[in-house]
Design a protein around this ligand. Structure first.
Ligand SMILES: Nc1ncnc2c1ncn2[C@@H]1O[C@H](COP(=O)(O)OP(=O)(O)OP(=O)(O)O)[C@@H](O)[C@H]1O
Ligand SMILES: [Mg+2]
Length: 228
């Protein structure tokens, strides 16, 4: 049994005249601990696929099985819980809360985990975990800075720290290097490589061939279908 499995997945948006079929009969198996790139042209369905893999989006039909759990048909509350527990998300635009500090942004994901009932960590434990991650990512010195005071590369490290605070098995990253220059992009990819070597399953949507070539496997989508 594969770690992540999609069976006959279809995704459409809209209705009648506005109906768009975005994913067509996607069948996919991803093994635990792998490092996967999803590539394809703009509008081909990459983000939609990633959001389905992470339980952000629902399929129109088909099955999504993650770590032996079928998640395509469960209600939003249960999906939010599973997502928070198992999956770390990293986005191109970082999706951080700009009015909060670096450490607060990282801590919030752990506080949310408590609220969802996934964990019962006290404030001190959460702070320690956040600080350790900031150390690992070499941004401990920025802990009390506001997000608006950081460079893109620094913001992406914060968002990676946030994605890791609940110790997910899976990291999903949607064009994580898209807003970064080459040097910072390489650094971020190094971090993903390291996380993968520590056992995380990492799935990265990218336009960048060099990034894709650093992965174990490339999945190419063309107009909603997997072509390789
Ligand atoms: N919420 C939505 N409602 C309607 N159509 C949508 C919605 N989200 C995505 N789409 C459509 O689905 C198709 C695939 O979008 P998606 O965002 O998955 O593409 P992508 O491969 O990630 O593109 P990009 O490389 O530009 O990020 C596009 O045609 C898009 O317009
Ligand atoms: Mg996209």
């Amino acid at each position: 049994m594969s770690f992540i499995k999609l069976n006959n997945v279809y995704k459409e948006y809209g209705k009648d005249d506005t109906l768009v079929l975005v994913l067509k009969n996607i069948n996919l198996q991803i093994e635990e601990g792998s490092l996967i790139a999803i590539i394809g042209s703009s509008g081909s369905g990459k983000s939609t696929l990633l959001n389905i893999l992470g339980g952000i989006d629902k399929v129109t039909s088909g099955e999504v099985i993650i770590d032996n759990e079928k998640i395509d048909n469960i209600d939003e509350k249960k999906r939010a819980k599973l997502r928070n527990k198992n999956i770390g998300f990293v986005f191109q635009n970082f999706a951080l809360l700009s009015e909060y500090t670096v450490i607060e942004n990282v801590e919030l994901a752990a506080i949310y985990s408590n609220l969802l009932g996934n964990t019962k960590h006290n404030k001190k434990v959460i702070k320690e975990k956040a600080l350790n991650l900031l150390k690992d990512l070499d941004i401990e010195n920025l802990k009390n800075k506001k997000i608006t005071e950081l460079s893109g590369g620094q913001q992406q490290r914060v968002s990676i720290a946030r994605s890791l605070i609940n110790d997910p098995k899976i990291i999903l990253a949607d064009e994580p290097t898209g807003a970064l220059d080459t040097k910072n992009g390489k650094e971020v990819m190094k971090i993903f490589k390291k996380l993968n070597s520590l056992g995380k399953t990492v799935i990265i949507v990218t336009h960048d061939e060099r990034i894709a070539n650093l992965c174990d496997k490339i999945i190419k989508i063309d107009d909603g279908e997997i072509v390789i």
